[in-house]
Structures are given as C-alpha cells and as structure tokens.
Write a protein that binds this ligand. Structure first.
Ligand SMILES: *[C@@H]1O[C@H](CO)[C@@H](O)[C@H](O)[C@H]1NC(C)=O
Ligand SMILES: *[C@@H]1O[C@H](CO)[C@@H](O)[C@H](O)[C@H]1NC(C)=O
Length: 382
C-alpha cells in the first residue's frame, strides 16, 4: 500500500499544473492598471476609461472596473499577456459587464487579439481572433456575439444568443473545447452549447484537408507574397519574460520556411494550403476552428452612445473549473450586495419623489407622478 502512495509535493505540483491562467485582471491596485492597459492613440477622439464601481455596487473596491466615460464615442484599449496557443486545450474567456447607464446602443463585448497587435494603433480594423459578449442597440439588437476568426474570415454564431439588458453586473463566459464544442454562460448558467462547426456553419479544416488534393492546386507565386507576415504559432516565450505584463512586449517575429520556387501563398485555399505545407514541413501545427496560434492581447474596441458601462474580472484560462471558482470569488460575492444597494437607493428615490409630490400638492400644484415612476429602470428590460 505504502509504495503506491503519491507524495504530497507531487499532489501539489499536479494541482498547480491543472490550471493555466493566461490573463487575470480585477483592477485591485488603484491607478496602476494604467501600466497594464494601453489606450489606443489611433484616433484622438477615442473615449477614455476610468476606474469606477459606479453609482451602486456590491463592494466599493472589488467592483471597480474600467468604465466608459464619454457619450457617443469609440473606445479602444487593450492589455497584453504572454502569448500562447490554445491548440489541443480548452480556452475559457470570462469577464463581467454592467450597463448601469440604461444602455440604449453600444457594445459590451471584448476582443481577443493575436500577439502582434499594435496596441497604440488599435482600431476597428485591427485583426482579432475572438469577439465575445453583449451588444445592445434599440429594440432589435440584444445579442451575445461569438465571432471567431478562421481562414482569414470572421464567422458569427448563427444561433442567436440573447444578452442581459438590465443595469446590473453580469458575468459572461465563453468556453471553447479542443473537440470543437463550445459553451456560452451568463451568470454561471450555460445558456447555449453545442458544436462550433454546426452553430457557426463553418467547415473545419480537418474535414477539408481530408478531401483536398494539394497537388491539384496551382503552385505559382511570388517570393514577396510569401514573405508577408502571418499569425505564427511558433513564437517562443522570451527568456527574460518576468511575468509582469507591461504594455510594450515586442511582437514575436513570424517564422517561415525559406521561399521556394512554385509556392502559392495567395488565393483561394491559401491558408489551408499554407497550414498543410508548413505542417508537413514541421514548421507549423495545423490549426482548426476555434484554435488560435498566438493569442497575446485582450481589448475593448467598441462604440457607445451613452457611456457608463463597467468592465471587470477579466480571465483567460485553460481550466473551466478555475473559471468557475474565480467567478464565484468575484462576481459571486458582490452580485447580491449590488442588488441590495440598488434596492435601498430605489426606495430612497421613491421616498424623495413622494416628498416632492407632497410638497407640490401642498403648494397646490398637480402632476409629478412620472418623476418616480421613471426610476425603476435597473430592474426593467430596457
Ligand atoms: C488608424 O487606423 C486606421 C485603420 O487601421 C489606419 O488607416 C490609420 O492610418 C490609423 N491612424 C493612425 C494615426 O495610426
Ligand atoms: C495602424 O494600423 C493600420 C492597419 O490597421 C495601418 O494601415 C497603419 O499604417 C497603422 N498606423 C501606424 C501609425 O502604425
């Protein structure tokens, strides 16, 4: 019996090895978030973020997150982390978002970028891997986007997923598994799940590769085109990487085999061909739907008509259970107190409104009913 016992240190190592946390941000160190998040200067009119827990919250400090501050603006801000590939691993993307301003039209989503993102030049044109989260505009758009970049195109989820539209903080989780299944959770509850291939109506690279005939494809091309950079899986962790997350980590150099006459780097099927060639040459593993080679940044790149949205508790990990515990330790702890504070404020608002009405009645004036009927918006569907 004793011989089969696993020493305690081994158990500890195993437990630590279970979860890899690629990025985690709770904004608990005051203004130091500014060292980790880079505001894009691509457009001088981009709106600014500040750290705030809003007008009501569960915990004044823990609920502080990035809040949009200017109406009718585009926003573009991002943070970098040590690049990784999710090939063969689960990818969990999670964060919380609160539209306390009565969101009428604006984005509440995040984007995940390749490591070669130029953060200072971040704009709507910057290529991304994943866009995930709620988008609200008028009565028509109330959806959760899950957009995946595959084969040089963005693919939206074809199954509609409805987002939360009230003014409370909600937790959004996207899980992409290596078997090409996915789960979308809101507030810890799975609200959509299935096959990426099916729900995005995109054929996986594996299926195509099986039927493709590489020898049938034209192989004419130019060395110049071949040398264009592309998103590369072979980026290595720099030896001097310290674990701190400064915004200026240099983008890794794309690595390609030398140009050979007759290669066809452009055109239809280019990336399938590229993956095949590089894969068989041992330069690049084959990446499929929802597998990304060089994930290296997360950002908010969106438009808001009315500002006030707060983004918090960002997490990128390979471990579904870790994401769950992190969610419970953050949003799980403050969600109920947040509603209590809102209820207290709402009661106070009603009391004040009634007082004002009574004063108006005493003064012989009528009306004023709408004034407090309008104050329940946090609970309501917008
Ligand atoms: C901002 O981004 C756009 C689109 O990518 C680009 O055309 C433009 O040159 C950029 N502006 C600056 C100041 O970098
Ligand atoms: C910003 O990025 C765009 C492509 O998205 C590029 O055309 C432009 O030259 C870049 N600007 C700077 C200053 O790097």
């Amino acid at each position: 019996m004793a011989a089969s016992r696993v020493p305690l240190w081994a158990v500890c190592v195993l437990r630590v090895a279970l979860a890899t946390v690629y990025f985690q941000e709770e904004f608990l160190d005051g203004e130091r978030w500014r060292n980790r998040w880079v505001q894009s200067t691509n457009d001088s009119k981009f709106g600014h973020f500040r750290l705030s827990s809003g007008t009501f919250y569960g915990h004044k400090e823990k609920d502080k997150g990035l809040q949009t501050t200017q109406n009718g603006r585009f926003y573009a801000i991002s943070a970098r982390f040590q690049p990784f590939s999710n090939k063969g691993k689960t990818l969990v993307l999670q964060y919380t978002v609160k539209h306390e301003q009565k969101m009428d039209c604006g984005g509440g989503y995040v984007k995940v970028f390749p490591a070669d993102l130029d953060q200072r030049n971040l704009s709507g044109k910057s290529p991304y891997y994943i866009m995930f989260g709620p988008d609200i505009c008028g009565f028509d758009v109330k959806k959760v986007h899950v957009i995946l970049y595959f084969k040089h195109q963005y693919h939206s989820n074809k199954k509609p997923i409805r987002c939360k539209v009230d003014g409370f903080t909600h937790q959004y989780t996207l899980i992409l598994r290596p078997d090409l299944t996915y789960v979308v959770k809101i507030d810890g509850q799975a609200i959509e799940a299935g096959s990426v291939e099916y729900d995005w109506q995109v054929t996986s690279l594996k299926t195509e590769q099986a039927s493709a005939k590489p020898q049938d494809r034209a192989r004419a091309g130019k060395a110049k085109d071949w040398e264009k950079p592309f998103l590369d899986a072979s980026a290595r962790k720099p030896s001097d990487w310290t674990g701190e997350l400064p915004g200026d980590w240099p983008a890794p150099m794309p690595q390609k085999p030398p140009y050979q006459d007759g290669l066809q780097p452009e055109g239809i099927g280019r990336d399938v061909w590229l993956h095949e060639t590089l894969g068989s040459a041992g330069y690049l593993p084959t990446f499929d739907l929802s597998e990304f080679e060089n994930i290296g940044a997360i950002g908010l790149e969106l438009w808001q008509v009315r500002s006030g949205t707060i983004f918090d508790n960002f997490l990128i990990t390979d471990d579904e259970e870790y994401a769950e515990s992190f969610g419970k330790a953050t949003w799980g702890q403050t969600k109920d107190p947040e509603r209590e504070m809102d209820a207290v404020q709402a009661k106070e608002d009603i009391r004040k409104a009634q007082e004002e009405d009574e004063e108006e009645l005493m003064a012989g004036r009528l009306g004023g009913h709408e004034s407090y009927l309008n104050r329940f918006h946090k609970r309501d569907e917008l």
